[in-house]
Write a protein that binds this ligand. Structure first.
Ligand SMILES: [Ca+2]
Ligand SMILES: [Ca+2]
Length: 263
């Protein structure tokens, strides 16, 4: 009996190890802290950054984004930190980019641009759930189809923000006002010695935040050095199409005293 139990235990542990290998994703904890979105970073003191540098963070599966365009960490790399408070998520990006171009292309994702992907229920799978059978999900925008969100922040004054594919990421149709009104959105931007910094606050409509909640998060930063986008560096996912599939997103846990309602 005892031997049998041990065999089962060994098999279970082996299975878990194999399973864990298959679904391993980066982990990060969001501390509960009040953040002023003002471009000053003293309020982030002590919060551990995710460091995204080195060629293994490049996503290279599209023409024009080949690894040879990337000249090293001074060309493009970044650190991001996150926090939460009072129903809002906060992010700080410190981007190293040796040539900051503010809105240099007609589409946000072809510019110097920060991209945030959120899977608020950490479901994985398709980010856009097609409900009418169309082949190309980009042809239509329906909020009901959004299983996750893709938000773009283009450096400049003002920062231009695109929410999902409602206007196909056209820089001429930023949704900055909608972001402010419907997402309680805030953003602060400034250039730094080696690139730029962006501080962001947002509340995903209809989503309650509480301690212990785990969300799926992917981050990407694009680099335009004057000839439209030539690199994108991802926090977690370099194998899949991160804008379509949420399976490689990192697991981000909200930690703090606000337990919310018991479930
Ligand atoms: Ca601040
Ligand atoms: Ca650049």
């Amino acid at each position: 009996m005892k031997t049998k139990s041990l065999v089962w235990l060994a098999m279970l542990l082996f299975g878990m190890a194999v399973g864990a290998q298959a679904v391993v994703s980066p982990q990060y904890k969001l501390v509960e802290r009040d953040i002023a979105v003002d471009g000053k970073i003293s309020d982030w003191k002590g919060i551990i950054p995710n460091v995204v540098h080195g060629s293994n963070h490049l996503w290279t599966a599209q023409q024009g984004l080949e690894a040879e365009h990337w000249q090293g960490d001074q060309d493009l790399s970044y650190r991001w930190r996150g926090a939460w408070s009072q129903g809002k998520l906060y992010f700080l990006f410190e981007v190293t980019d040796d040539k900051v171009v503010e809105g240099g292309a007609p589409l946000s994702y072809m510019c110097d641009c920060i991209e945030i992907y959120l899977d608020m229920k950490r479901q994985g799978g398709a980010r856009v759930k097609i409900m009418d059978g169309r082949v190309n999900w980009l042809e239509k925008y329906d909020p009901k189809e959004m299983m996750g969100h893709e938000i773009h922040f283009v450096p400049g004054n003002p920062v231009r923000i695109n929410l999902n594919h409602a206007y196909l990421y056209g820089l001429d149709k930023p949704q900055t006002d909608e972001f402010k009104k419907e997402w309680a959105g805030e953003v602060a931007y400034r250039k730094t010695e080696h690139g730029y910094l962006m501080e962001i606050g947002l509340a995903v409509p209809g989503v309650k935040l509480e301690s212990g909640k785990v969300i799926g998060v992917e981050m990407g930063v694009c680099d335009d050095d004057g000839n439209q986008r030539e690199s994108i560096m991802m926090w977690t996912g370099t194998k899949l199409n991160f804008w379509e599939t949420m399976n490689e997103y990192g697991a981000v846990t909200l930690e703090g005293s606000n337990k919310g309602d018991a479930k």
